[in-house]
Design a protein around this ligand. Structure first.
Ligand code: ATP
Length: 355
């Protein structure tokens, strides 16, 4: 079992708190992504799990064992920093074998394990090649080979695809996920790129300023953002956020926006009058001539099969994802309606979604 459990983890660098009271569990075999903007504390969390940074307080359990104060090399974890860092004077076989040689394993076992890693990564034909002549994709595979050959309990990866161009990155996203499915090893992956996170993760923790804002499956995070930060950070283009003021009764399934009644998923709890924010994904916005919610087309961004149409309204600009075949003209008056299932309501002051 290689479950990773992090309990009330905190890290302060003098008076600056980089990670605040972080608690989460990565199940055995899960691909877990820590996602957030630069400086939110992802790397610091990962380094604490790896044993490269000592927590200020809190506990880290690996497979049920408390490893909080164990050194990095005493934890059965592979930390993949930079997939490009290979030894240029060694061939592919020697690069992959390197960590096992350091461990002092017998030659025959090293040979067998290197062959196995190469087979999993489909680079057996490259084993005797020099690494200097390899394509970027193959270099990444060799670097991955060096990590998986140790058969660690878990992999920790810090923006491993950050330095790649878009095309190779997309290919490697699928390759890493497929590799994970073949190996089934618990993986913690850090990125600031939501597309990487969405494509690879079983579970995502969205971090902001040292705090985990939301923890869940990619779809839940996209469909039910727990906070304004998550709503704004996840999705391209991001969720439309419209300020309004209202009191909402428990069980309310409708709200008033200007003269328009907007249907929404039923609220479990209401709230007294206060500043609220209506969040709706661009794909939840429709053009609807009959709607009293009026606006004027500002412009459209063509995306192939869809287009993002920006409509200016009395409540600010609203973006709608519409079929590219739909003809819209700048300056055209339109009505807007929202798909209720694509709506969230947030409390402006706390930034949290209303349940
Ligand atoms: P990035 O993607 O830019 O690496 P991140 O989310 O991984 O961002 P961290 O590297 O964990 O963020 O850093 C979190 C905060 O802690 C940052 O403000 C950083 O400046 C600070 N920090 C990290 N390491 C140290 C250190 N050794 N001493 C002081 N401050 C640090």
């Amino acid at each position: 079992m290689a479950e990773i459990r992090v309990e009330h983890l905190r890290k302060a660098f003098e008076s600056f708190v980089a990670v605040e009271d972080s608690t989460f569990t990565v199940a055995d075999g899960e691909f877990f992504v820590m996602l957030g903007p630069s400086g939110c504390g992802k790397t610091t969390t990962l380094r604490m799990i790896a044993g490269l940074e000592l927590p200020t307080s809190g506990t880290i359990l690996l497979g049920g064992e408390d490893v909080t104060f164990k050194r990095a090399r005493e934890r059965d974890i592979a930390f993949v920093f930079q997939l490009f860092a290979l030894y240029p004077h060694m061939n592919v076989r020697a690069n992959i074998a390197f960590p096992l040689k350091c461990e002092g394993l017998p030659g025959a076992e090293i040979g067998a394990r290197v062959e196995e890693a190469a087979r999993i990564l489909r680079i057996s034909h490259l084993l005797d090649r020099s690494v200097s002549g390899l394509s970027s994709g193959d270099r990444q595979r060799v670097a991955l080979g060096r990590s998986i050959v140790r058969k660690p309990l878990a992999f920790l990866m810090d923006e491993p695809l950050g330095a790649l161009d878009t095309e190779l990155r997309e290919a490697m996203i699928h390759e890493l996920r497929a590799l994970h499915d073949r190996l089934g090893a618990t993986t913690v992956y850090v990125t600031h790129d939501q597309l990487e996170a969405m494509a690879m993760a079983d579970k995502i923790a969205v971090m902001n300023r040292g705090i985990i804002e939301q923890f869940g499956a990619p779809r839940d995070i996209y469909d039910r953002p727990a906070s304004l930060f998550v709503a704004d950070f996840i999705g391209q283009p991001s969720m439309n956020l419209i300020d309004f003021r209202a009191s909402l009764a428990p069980g309310a399934s409708e709200l008033a926006l200007g003269g328009a009644r907007v249907a929404m998923p039923e609220l479990r709890m209401g709230c007294p009058e206060r500043d609220l924010v209506l969040g709706v994904r661009p794909e939840g916005v429709r053009l609807d001539d009959a709607s009293p919610l009026r606006g004027e087309v500002f412009g459209a961004e063509y995306l192939g099969t869809t287009q993002i149409v920006t409509v200016t309204t009395a409540h600010g600009a609203v973006r709608a994802r519409l079929p590219a075949s739909l003809k819209v003209n700048a300056g055209e008056p339109v009505g807007l309606s929202f798909r209720p299932e694509k709506l969230s309501i947030f409390d402006r002051a706390s930034g949290r979604a209303l349940p």
